[in-house]
Design a protein around this ligand. Structure first.
Ligand code: NDP
Length: 354
């Protein structure tokens, strides 16, 4: 596969690079009021309300969602809402597409795209449907990626604490010639640029590769490592009680990752004993990585960039039930391993679950 290594580091954008001015007088539609939709809509609403720029006309925020639990939540939060997708689309100057990735193509292509005005900015929070070309975005539209690296609850709580959050951004289609200004206004509005946080330029291709690779290679190899380590140590006489605590219930791994973020990936090792530092540094050098490297290559080049995973996921044939059923089956299977069974018994014994 061709080498895509970047010749220069990506651009970083700060608060000083952005202004809310491009949002003046616009209608901003949020399709979806779930994890990201609610957090981003509330943050944008609060940012807009705080804007004191002369001549700034307050934008209108409209939530498009079925009139069920999420729709009612939007009304309770004070937003104007509608369950009429086409009517919402016809009013949108900016459309945030914040429904689950598997739902987006049908919802957007069937219900939104035919009614959108030319010049509308479509905002996605994940590169997936853009990279796999699942959205029929007309040439007259702008298409931007604004992807928080954070769950929705933290997008909101970090905004309320004026902390900002890491975010990947890119312009995927710039029909107006103004897409970057609009994207930066939206990044500022949802609070990503607070507290000197930088939004990192990262294309939909790169975001999809990073996101899916972390989910399909990094964490699976860690899950497999934990599962195999658990069985190995159990065979050698370690109890479930000790194993569960040693490996995660103590929260030591969470603390180690916290320190890696605070102090540096390798530097945090200095907080461990000499035996531990020596063991970790020599061990990681000698560990057999050839098999892992080949597995990683396959996941990245064949499953993700080659589109195998997207095809397989789509074949589950369900915006909801098909995917959920399969995931339940995979959970049942995963929980049958020694680690799963051992943990369940220990958690019951400790009164952590019934
Ligand atoms: P959610 O699962 O929280 O979305 C729920 C919303 O989508 C609800 O408003 C729900 O309404 C609506 N919805 C679900 N199914 C349908 C349907 N078939 N038709 C119409 N509306 C539907 O999504 P997220 O916020 O998790 O994800 C949104 C985007 O953000 C995705 O692109 C995701 O990749 C991205 N993202 C998510 C992150 C996260 O932490 N979750 C982090 C960063 C990016 P109702 O149930 O009422 O129908």
């Amino acid at each position: 596969m061709a080498n895509h290594q970047l010749a220069t580091p990506p651009r970083l954008f700060y608060e000083k690079d952005a202004s809310l001015a491009p949002l003046s007088g616009r209608t901003i539609v949020f399709a979806g009021y779930g994890n990201q939709g609610r957090a981003q809509a509330l943050n944008l609403h609060d940012s807009i309300n705080k804007s004191l720029a002369p001549g700034f006309i307050h934008p209108t925020i409209l939530v498009a969602n079925p009139t069920d639990e999420f729709g009612s939540r939007a009304s309770a939060d004070g937003f104007e809402g509608t369950a009429d997708w086409a009517a919402a689309a016809a009013r949108a100057d900016v459309l945030f597409l914040l429904v689950p990735d598997q739902v987006q193509p049908r919802l957007f292509n069937t219900h939104f795209a035919p009614s959108l005005k030319s010049g509308c900015t479509i905002v996605v929070a994940s590169g997936y449907n853009v990279f796999y070309k699942k959205l029929d975005v007309a040439r007259s539209m702008d298409l931007v990626l604004l992807a928080p690296r954070m769950i929705g609850a933290s997008v909101r709580s970090r905004f309320e604490e004026s902390m900002g959050f890491p975010c990947f951004i890119s312009v995927e289609q710039d029909s107006s010639g103004n897409a970057w200004r609009m994207l930066l206004a939206l990044a500022l509005g949802i609070g990503a640029l607070q507290a000197q946080n930088a939004a990192i330029e990262c294309s939909a291709r790169e975001e999809t590769l990073l996101d899916l690779f972390t989910e399909q290679a990094v964490w699976p190899s860690i899950i497999a490592t934990f599962r195999e380590a658990y069985s190995t140590l159990r065979r050698l006489g370690c109890s479930d009680e000790a194993l569960v605590h040693e490996m995660w219930l103590s929260r030591e791994p969470a603390e180690v990752f916290g320190k890696a973020a605070d102090e540096g990936f390798f530097k945090q090792l200095k907080l461990h004993s000499s035996v531990s530092q020596y063991g970790q540094l020599t061990g990681s050098k000698e560990f057999e990585v050839r098999g892992l490297r080949e597995s990683f290559r396959k996941v990245a080049e064949e499953r993700i960039l080659g589109g195998e995973f997207a095809k397989e996921f789509e074949a589950l044939n369900g915006e909801r039930e098909g995917v959920e059923k399969k995931i339940e089956e995979l959970f049942r299977e995963a929980e049958l391993c020694e680690l799963g069974v051992g943990e369940k018994r220990v958690r019951k014994r400790l009164g952590l679950e019934s």
